[in-house]
Design a protein around this ligand. Structure first.
Ligand SMILES: [Zn+2]
Ligand SMILES: [Zn+2]
Length: 330
C-alpha cells in the first residue's frame, strides 16, 4: 500500500512567493511492520552483505550506564505484548493471560551482560531506486545503516555506521547476520519494517530563512493560526534528504571533521511518524481504526526512541563520501 502525506493546510509559497526557490524534496520512508528480505529496502530487516566482508564492531568507548536488555528477550516481550494488545478491545481492560503476565515478569528478571562484544546492529537498508532523494557515491545503489545500540558521547545515543555498496557486487550473501547480544535500551532495536517511500516538499528551518522572512512568517502565524515549523517546513518521521531541524539545541554548524565543509542531511531516524496533531499522518493510516489495540502503535511502527522522543539526524560531507558522517540529536 502506498502512503500519502495529506496536503499541507496552506501553500506557504503562495503566501510568501520568495520562499518558493528554497523548496527542496525529501523522501519520507513510511516504515510499517513487515517481513523484508535482503533485496528489499527496510528498517530492521536483513542487509545485503557480502559473506567475505567482516561485520562491523563498535570501537568507541561505552559507559554502559543504561538499562541493558538482551535482544532475544526484547523480541519475545514484544511478541507477548502484541498478542495481548491484539485481543484487547479499546476501552476494555488489558487482555493479558496469567501465563503471559508470568512470562513477562520472568523476562524482566533476565540478566543482560553489558560486557559482551559491541557488535553492530542492522538498522536500515535503502535502495536508491526506491528512495529518490538518496544521493550516494558513484556506482553505489544501496545505503546500509548499522548502529551500536549503546549510548555514546556527546549525544548519548546509538553510534551509526554507513556502508554504501553496489548491490550487483554482492553475489555471495552473508547467510547468518551477526548482531549484538545486548543493547543499552530496548528502544534501540527496530521492529522489522518494509518501506513505502514518498517524496514531499520541504522548506528551511525558520532560523535559516533569508532576510526578514522569518519575522514576517511569525507575524503571519499569529494572525492565521498556522504553524510553520510543525506543519509547513520539515516532515515528521523517518526521511532521506530535505532540510534538518534544530528545535532542541538551536542551529549549530554541522561541519566535516576532515575538510570543514558544511555537511548535507542524509537521513533522519525518528522516534515517531507523526505527532498528536496528525498533520503528517498519511491518508491511508487515518482509518478505519480496528476495534482492538495495535502494538506497535500505528504512529511508532519501528519502536525506535531516540532520547526523549527526539530524532537522530545523520549528515554526510558533500566533498567526499569517504569523509566521516556527522550526527545531531533534535
Ligand atoms: Zn558503541
Ligand atoms: Zn569533508
Amino acid at each position: 500500500m502506498t502512503r500519502t502525506t495529506p496536503p499541507r493546510p496552506v501553500d506557504i509559497a503562495a503566501v510568501f512567493p520568495e520562499i518558493a526557490p528554497l523548496a527542496r524534496t525529501a523522501t519520507r520512508l513510511h516504515p510499517r511492520p513487515g517481513t523484508p528480505g535482503v533485496h528489499d529496502s527496510s528498517i530492521g530487516g536483513p542487509l545485503l552483505w557480502p559473506s567475505d566482508e567482516p561485520w562491523p564492531v563498535c570501537g568507541e568507548s561505552h559507559e554502559n550506564g543504561g538499562d541493558f536488555t538482551r535482544l532475544d528477550v526484547e523480541r519475545r516481550r514484544r511478541r507477548i505484548l502484541s498478542a495481548a494488545w491484539g485481543r484487547t478491545r479499546k476501552g476494555e481492560q488489558f487482555a493479558i493471560t496469567p501465563e503471559e503476565r508470568a512470562e513477562l515478569d520472568r523476562l524482566d528478571k533476565e540478566y543482560a551482560d553489558p560486557d559482551t562484544p559491541a557488535t553492530m546492529l542492522a538498522v536500515a537498508q535503502l535502495f536508491m531506486r526506491e528512495v529518490p532523494d538518496l544521493v550516494g557515491p558513484p556506482g553505489a545503489d544501496v545505503l546500509q545503516l548499522l548502529w551500536c545500540p549503546r549510548d555514546h558521547g556527546p549525544h548519548y545515543c546509538p553510534s551509526p555506521v554507513l556502508r554504501w555498496r553496489r548491490s550487483a557486487d554482492v553475489t555471495d550473501v552473508l547467510a547468518e547476520q551477526p548482531e549484538p547480544d545486548v543493547m543499552e535500551y530496548d528502544t534501540y532495536l527496530p521492529v522489522p519494517c518494509v518501506l513505502h517511500p514518498e517524496q514531499v516538499v520541504e522548506y528551511p528551518y525558520a532560523d535559516f530563512l533569508p532576510g526578514d522572512l522569518e519575522e514576517r512568517i511569525r507575524t503571519w502565524e499569529e494572525s492565521s493560526g498556522y504553524d510553520y515549523f510543525s506543519e509547513l517546513s520539515i516532515a515528521d518521521g523517518w526521511k532521506v534528504g530535505g532540510y534538518a531541524a534544530w528545535n532542541l539545541t538551536d542551529p549549530y554548524p554541522m561541519l566535516c571533521d576532515d575538510c570543514g565543509a558544511d555537511m548535507d542531511l542524509l537521513v533522519k531516524v525518528d522516534s515517531g511518524e507523526w505527532d498528536g496533531a496528525e498533520s503528517w499522518r498519511p491518508l491511508e493510516d487515518a482509518g478505519p481504526e480496528s476495534e482492538f489495540h495495535e502494538h506497535p502503535n500505528r504512529s511508532e511502527p519501528t519502536q525506535i526512541t531516540i532520547g526523549r522522543g527526539y530524532a537522530l539526524w545523520i549528515f554526510t560531507c558533500p566533498v567526499s563520501f569517504d569523509h566521516p558522517h556527522g550526527v545531531s540529536m533534535q
